[in-house]
Design a protein around this ligand. Structure first.
Ligand SMILES: [Cu+2]
Length: 227
């Protein structure tokens, strides 16, 4: 992931942080994310074990996870206090509830086990390595993400095919979008930035964008290679 600037920002001030609002002094970025590359085949779910309730649970599993692409600005001069509200990444039907989860650096992420079997959660990332141990049904563990890093892969050491990705971002100018859909980032201070799009299926892409006070900058992004 050398494409991305890895910037360590430790934000210890926990004050509520809203999604940036539109303002006459700021600008906005609008566009579409097009995907012309095929998605990788969906990985097979792990083989069910004979634990009570597991087989019924497995049958209920959604056939695939929502395909959300994260669109974000790589670096915007801050500071950007992290929100008090926790982000959530659940474990259910022996999958993570989301495939890609963007958070502002300093945000705490809650991992809840909703399954009648044990799950673990860990990451072998460069900057945000953690191992939160095994938990039974209903138990939640939390982890504050303290370093900017894209991506932080997240796994369960019991079910090897469970995988998700946290994107720990430097600033709050990010959103998620499905392939072909439009996005909008508002309340952006005037300036020139690197706009990026990330999903684990496709190669990350970046584009330079210039934001002007009171104006909308239009930029479409095309993800055209499988990662
Ligand atoms: Cu597991």
């Amino acid at each position: 992931m050398s494409l991305f600037v890895r910037l360590a920002v430790a934000s210890l001030i926990l004050v509520p942080s809203a999604v940036p609002a539109a303002s006459p002094e700021k600008g906005q970025i609008e566009g579409k994310v097009l995907v012309t590359a095929p998605a990788r085949p969906v990985e097979k779910a792990p083989t069910p074990t004979p634990s009570e309730g597991y087989n019924d649970m497995y049958k209920m599993a959604p056939s695939e996870l929502p395909e959300e692409i994260v669109v974000y600005l790589v670096k915007v001069k801050g500071p950007w206090p992290a929100p008090k509200a926790h982000a959530k990444l659940d474990q259910k039907y022996t999958k993570f509830s989301r495939r890609v989860v963007p958070v502002l650096v300093g945000t705490t992420v809650d991992f809840k086990n909703n399954d009648p079997v044990y799950h673990n959660v860990f990451s072998n990332s460069d900057l945000n390595e953690f191992d939160l141990g095994r938990r039974k049904k209903g138990e939640t563990v939390s982890k504050k993400m303290t370093k900017v890093e894209v991506p932080v892969p997240v796994y369960c050491e019991i079910h090897r095919k469970m995988k998700s990705h946290l994107l720990v971002l430097q600033n709050p100018f990010f959103t998620t979008v499905k392939p072909g859909d439009s996005f909008k980032l508002q309340g952006v201070p005037p300036g020139t930035y690197t706009l990026a799009a990330w999903h684990d299926h496709w190669e990350p892409i970046q584009a330079k964008v210039t934001v002007t006070k009171g104006k909308t900058t239009k930029v479409d992004l095309t993800m055209d290679k499988v990662q």
